[in-house]
Design a protein around this ligand. Sequence first.
Ligand code: FE2
Length: 480
Amino acid sequence: MSVQPHSPISATPSVARARPELIPLYAGLLCTVSGIVALSSDTSRVTDRPLPFVALVVATLVMHALRFDLFGRGTQSPAAVLIIAVAALFGPLGVIAVEGALAVYSAFRKTALSRWTFDFGALSLCGMSAALTFSLLPSSSEPWILLASSAAGVAYYMTNSVALVGVWLLDEGVHPLAAWRERMAWLAPHYPVYGLLGGVLIVAQQRLDPFIFGAAILPLVIAWFSQKQYLERSRKGVEELRESNQRLGDANDALQDLVTAKSELLADKSELLERVRLSYLQTVASLARTIEAKDPYTGGHTERVSDYALMIAVELGFTAQELRAVETGGVIHDVGKIGVRDQVLLKPGRLDEQEWCEMRRHPEISSYILGELDIPEIAKDMARSHHERFDGKGYPDGLVGEAIPLAARILSVADTLDAMTSDRPYRKALSFETALDELRRNSGSQFCPRVVEALLASCAREPGKWQRATSHQFVATLDV
Ligand SMILES: [Fe+2]
């Protein structure tokens, strides 16, 4: 069988990038190897019997002319039978002479250079492997000749398979084994028979018996005819299959493009949503800082409260995600003060009852502002419940003990600690130790004992960090 490079689209899976530009090099390599083998072989086997040799060459050319197309990927002819006979009788030089004659015939028919050089090199090597196999096996009697020629047919097929799979890989990048299965496997049982028929020709030539010669040629013609019929019938089905495969491939490509475009759109959309969310959060955070900036006595309060709350939450074993939420809640928890009048918010003296009522509304206003915002629930809980008391006397919901979210209980301690250690118009800042004593004294009534204990443990473990934080040097910041 010979190859037809640049064959149509295949259903065989691709495994590598096609390199058709390397086919001439590959063909040249095969020609060189077969030429070297032929030149080093014995010439006397041809020169001793010129007439049978010429007869076989002519018969091979005739057989070759009867070749038929294999679904656009190669050609098949019974010429292999004669080449196996030539290989057995005349050795590698005989084979290369026959293949040379076939190459000249192809060149005259204006077959592409890469194709006929590949055919010449590959088929010469096939014939030579058949010749080598035949020469290595005993051929002392006719049964042995038939057996050896049959084995030579197998060698021919195997060499041809390797050569063709190589050129298909270069031409189409197809998987070698898959391509062999699709295109070559079905021919495997044919070649031992071709070899056997070649053996019958050898016996006929030795006996010079025309009946035996006819016995070899007749099944050959029948096999060629039945193969041709089979391929004619299958051709239409194979072509339809290839077209369907092509259509499926095109549809798959279109679908892939659609999925990629949709994924990009979704990614853009979620990126946009995330930007909107962050932008809203930044607006709320800057609002909280704006409110704080109105009061010169509370500058940096939110950041310090965030720092304290974070250090306590770390002590209580919060996860990284929860810590991030605590940090956010620490910054935005008092945003509801936007709803409190300035004369109340900034009043230097103590607030009267009505003013306190107004001031006490800020956690609910914070909760309302943050309600629809896509931020962790922990941060929302901190904003709403940071003025709840452990004994239930806090506001706005009068929650008691563990019913108050833990992050809000932490914020309550952190908020109070900062308030006590900051200057106020009506009093100087308390020392850190005095503030801690105050927290300890109110543990279990105003503050959650667990949180106060965690604060004290953190102070004992990392005194330097707390000292820096309470001396108004930030130890952590929130990037919102
Ligand atoms: Fe508050």
